[in-house]
Design a protein around this ligand. Structure first.
Ligand code: ZN
Length: 432
């Protein structure tokens, strides 16, 4: 006797018609035509059932603040940082909490159940840190929220940032952040990487830095981050977010750099929506894409996980908490349109991101948390193409969000009465 059985599920690895049996919030058994009963059953009717989406790079202290106190007119990263600097002193804990909770509602509806958020530690009052610690506790039953201490104005560049970052970690922030390319000089950037990795090693914490979010091919802090990761024994516990300068780097230099990143087992976290929007702004034509070398990093065996980064904040006026939108952009910007490519992109929104965050009990194996999303699509390729509708979102074996299938009634003589966009793929390419 189980609590819930989901029957006829297609899985991301290509298996079809699988039954998933859930007991006590865990996946108890999976297989074909399992003869068992349960308190509740869902027929997935051959639709894709996946572990939840995971966003390994976000800014929950800024989300949904679009237009406060004004819009970003140039649309650049630097005006975004300046604009956030205007907003930060007038933020209240209550307002940050309210906006973050609203974002988490949206995330749940999109099947996004784990988020790593950077939290700005630049303000001495640490209002944003207090707010997001409160949010982390409030959403714990339905979202795994990790917090990164992020010195937005620079670790050395901003007076007091060293003290406030350490205070944020004392308060319970999970991860050490950084922004070496924003320090005053290249050497101070490198020094900040060393100092922050040392803090992580001493405190036994992971590292996740905004690293080389620039078009400058000489911005090479990822090299220092990899070297310090090895030196401090932090292999596998460090993430390099953005790495956009790699797009513009000399190819010979990159041929030495990628093996170094692989040796350090750095988790690579590009943010396709924000990178394509904010980078290349000083170019006329041809205009660079500002996306790191996704295919090459994946081929080197690195764990590549995509982040959403921003939703309706000083840096980005769009976004919808939909990680499939992130993957959709990644396919285009990285030009990864092959069948295997798309599978890898889907993994970068799910299992790779879970690995980057170090999530325990994630996946579809027996004993994993019964955290699942049923999509109005038959396989990951269709899910990405359609940015597929979420039919049900399940956390620890309980449905926490559901919606009716998206189907249009058609009033055309001699044509079908209903249109389901998920039924239009000419060929099923699910397996083999
Ligand atoms: Zn970011």
């Amino acid at each position: 006797m189980f609590d819930l059985i989901i029957r006829n599920a297609n899985l991301p690895d290509g298996r079809e018609a699988v039954d998933i049996c859930i007991r006590d919030g865990e996946i108890a058994e999976t297989g074909s035509k399992i003869e068992a009963t349960a308190t509740a059953e869902i027929d997935a009717t051959g639709r894709l059932v996946t572990p939840p989406f995971v966003d390994p790079h976000f800014h929950m202290d800024a989300t949904l603040s679009l237009g406060l106190p004004r819009m970003n007119h140039s649309g650049t990263l630097l005006e975004g940082i300046a604009l956030w600097g205007e907003l930060r002193p007038v933020l209240t804990r209550e307002a940050v909490v309210e906006r973050a909770l609203r974002y988490c509602d949206l995330a749940v509806s999109q099947g996004l159940l784990a988020i790593r958020s950077h939290v700005d530690t630049s303000d001495p009052g640490l209002v944003t840190v207090e707010a997001l610690l409160e949010v982390r506790a409030k959403v714990a039953p339905y979202i795994d929220l990790q917090l990164v201490a992020f010195p937005q104005d620079g670790y050395y560049r901003s007076a007091g940032a060293v003290e406030t970052l350490n205070r944020a970690l004392d308060m319970g922030v999970d991860i050490v952040g950084g922004i070496p390319h924003f320090e005053r000089t290249m050497s101070e950037g490198a020094a900040s990487v060393e100092a922050l990795c040392r803090i992580a090693a001493e405190r036994g914490l992971p590292v996740d830095m905004h690293c080389d979010e620039t078009d400058d091919p000489m911005s090479r802090h990822i090299e220092t981050l990899a070297a310090e990761t090895i030196r401090f024994g932090l292999k596998g516990r460090v993430a390099g977010s953005h790495l956009t300068s790699m797009h513009s780097m000399d190819n010979y230099y990159v041929s030495k750099l990628i093996p170094l990143i692989a040796e350090a087992e750095i988790n690579v976290i590009p943010n396709p929506l924000i990178n394509i929007m904010l980078q290349g702004r000083h170019d006329t034509y041809p205009k660079r894409r500002g996306m790191t070398r996704v295919r090459e990093l994946m081929e080197a065996g690195l764990n590549v996980a995509f982040g959403h980064d921003c939703v309706m904040d000083p840096w980005y006026s769009m976004g919808s908490a939909d990680m499939l939108e992130v993957g959709h952009m990644a396919i285009h910007v990285a030009q990864m349109a092959g069948i295997d490519d798309k599978r890898k992109i889907f993994d970068a929104l799910t299992v790779n991101s879970a690995k980057a965050m170090g999530l325990k009990g994630y996946g579809l194996a027996k004993g994993c948390h019964a955290d699942l999303v049923i999509l109005q699509a038959r396989d990951p390729l269709e899910a990405l193409r359609l940015k597929a509708h979420r039919l049900a979102v399940i956390r620890r074996g309980k449905i926490i969000a559901r919606s009716a299938p998206k189907i249009s009634d058609l009033m055309l003589e001699g044509r079908p009465a209903k249109v389901d966009g998920a039924e239009y793929a000419p060929l099923r390419m699910a397996t083999s």
